[in-house]
Design a protein around this ligand. Sequence first.
Ligand SMILES: [Zn+2]
Length: 76
Amino acid sequence: MWDEELDFSSSPLTVGNIVDIIGQDGIREMSEIVKVHCMLCGETFIGPKDKAGMFIKGHKEYHLWETTLYDTLGGP
Ligand SMILES: [Zn+2]
């Protein structure tokens, strides 16, 4: 059941949607759109699972780097 007041309800990038994605690397069928967020900074990503994984991994690496930098410099 769609909420008709939401303009973006028809967007293929809606959480729970199963979509076929045509990209430069190939065609992927049955890709589920998921929503993830970074527990450290709260940034949110909506998209296919592999991209969501890259988002999480990217944030993990980034925040780890941030922490390492602070440790190295003796804190902010
Ligand atoms: Zn983050």
